[in-house]
Design a protein. Structure first.
Ligand code: NAD
Length: 462
């Protein structure tokens, strides 16, 4: 193989790009990966992982406070936010180092630089041209700016994760996943948090019962959530910021820091979409088919740059689909069942869902039954002091699982086997035969599934 010729060029070293590069290399392809930003992309460096580090320590503080209230712990803990931030950096370093090692061990050639692509099959970087038959674009997304006067007085989620001090008063513009996760973390660290969300409700696509439970819990912890509020202007007021917003009537709120978390948009840095003739969606994302092929033969796109879920695990799966197609496999065995893509919100408490909500299933013409099980009926949850709710939605006719929603401690971990049940359309009978460990939080998912047809042993009698 010539030095500058490869089977596959991957552009972007985030979860989508690096995992596709490794998968392709494992299948015997020679792979070149360009990573302009840090290896691991947004997820590892300034998104999912650092957010989870901050949330984990925030959850520990919540737990200590709950135990202090019960007088089990006598002295409430003082904490060092500076140390927490150093710990966050260490975890990022460890993980990005691990990914760099994996790329090397799998013989993926990595170039740390932004590639420019004007012609299919060719990428240029540092004055050199590299060629490949196939190309995967995985250039990701960035925080979306919105036209608000005074937006320069806000910080984005990357900056919010790296603050050196806990702001006394924090305003978050946008009550989406990023906004609410940051709200949870900083509330636990002691900020007075106000979330301003333009829509009339939080997470309108998710299950209403689960979200109103979540909203109640977040408010109980002291987070002020204002829905139906559009931020208009931000002004500097001495060391503070004054945020003007319009709800039922114009109002203002003061803050020491204002986070703008109003969504993310696709970025195609270095990709000359016009000269390549790449078709874009209305939102300026790269348009792809079910094999992740763009409108240009041999160019694929995956991850945030194609819009959709904008989740790292969706990007992994899209990468697998693209690589399977490049290898000439039909790809159907690699394609994830879209309905079972896990959706997790790592708030305190977290929530997680896969498949249809009951409303969506009914909207699609599926007659459903809903089963539920509260954390208050589960031994493990009581032992851990966890509160929450599990719901399972089944197709009434076929008696198969079509959706699961969980709010409460451990929800994202519980969702993994629950989403498998959705993906495999697990039947009521299979749930009955399935053994889960006792005591465990997992028991609640089985109980909620059995509750769909009145068979839950520990659930409420109805
Ligand atoms: P989002 O689209 O989920 O939420 C942005 C919110 O901002 C929306 O609810 C919108 O109505 C609101 N908004 C927009 N303009 C506003 C204004 N002027 N005033 C008040 N509110 C306004 O976007 P996000 O939270 O930035 O997340 C971006 C992407 O990253 C999403 O696709 C998300 O799924 C993904 N993400 C996922 C996770 C996770 O899976 N746990 C974590 C972080 C991010």
């Amino acid at each position: 193989m010539e030095e500058n010729r490869f089977d596959l060029i991957v552009i972007g070293g985030g979860p989508g790009g690096y995992s596709a590069a490794i998968s392709a290399a494992k299948e015997g392809l020679s792979v070149l990966l360009f990573s302009g930003g840090a290896i691991g992309g947004t997820c590892l460096n300034e998104g999912c992982i650092p957010a989870k580090y901050l949330l984990d320590k925030a959850a520990a503080l919540e737990k200590i406070r709950a135990l202090t209230e019960k007088e089990i712990i006598r002295e409430p803990g003082l904490f060092s936010f500076r140390k927490i931030q150093r710990g966050r950096e260490e975890v990022i370093k460890k993980l990005t180092g691990g990914v760099a090692y994996l790329l090397k061990a799998n013989n993926v050639k990595v170039i740390r630089g932004f590639a420019s692509v004007r012609e299919a099959g060719k990428a240029e970087c540092g004055g050199k041209v590299y060629e490949a038959k196939d190309m995967i674009i995985a250039t990701g997304s960035e925080s979306m700016d919105i036209p608000i006067a005074g937006a320069e007085y806000t910080i984005n989620s990357t900056q919010a994760l790296a603050l050196e001090r806990v702001p006394k008063r924090l305003v978050i513009i946008g009550g989406g996943v990023i906004g609410m996760e940051l709200a949870s973390a900083y509330c636990a660290y002691g900020s007075e948090v106000t979330v301003l969300e333009a829509l009339p409700e939080l997470f309108p696509a998710e299950d209403e019962r689960m979200i109103s439970y979540l909203e109640r819990e977040l408010k109980k912890r002291g987070i002020r959530i204002r829905t139906g509020c559009k931020v208009k202007v931000i002004e500097k007021a001495g060391q503070s910021r004054r945020v003007f917003f319009e709800g039922e009537e114009p109002e203002e709120v003061y803050a020491d820091a204002v986070i703008l978390a109003a969504g993310r948009r696709a970025v195609c840095r270095g990709i000359d979409t016009q000269s390549l003739g790449l078709a874009l969606t209305e939102k300026q994302e790269i348009a792809v088919d079910e094999h992740m092929q763009t409108s240009v033969p041999h160019i694929y796109a995956i991850g945030d740059v194609i819009g959709g879920y904008q989740l790292a695990h969706a990007a992994y799966a899209e990468g697998e689909t693209a690589v399977a197609h490049i290898l000439g496999k039909n790809g159907s065995e690699q394609k994830p069942g879209v309905q079972a893509v896990p959706r997790c919100i790592y708030t305190l408490p977290p929530c997680a869902a896969a498949g249809y909500t009951q409303a969506e299933a009914e909207h699609r013409g599926i007659a459903t039954v809903r089963g539920e099980f509260p954390y208050s009926g589960n031994g493990m949850a009581l032992a851990e002091g966890a509160e929450g709710l599990v719901q399972v939605i089944m197709d009434k006719e076929t008696r198969t699982t079509v959706g699961v929603q969980i709010v409460g401690e451990g929800a994202p971990e519980l969702l993994s086997f629950a989403s498998l049940a959705v993906e495999k359309r697990m039947t009521a009978q299979e749930w009955q035969q399935f053994i889960v460990a006792h005591p465990s939080l997992s028991e609640m998912v089985k109980e909620a599934a059995l509750d769909c047809f009145g068979k839950s042993v520990h659930g409420a009698v109805r």
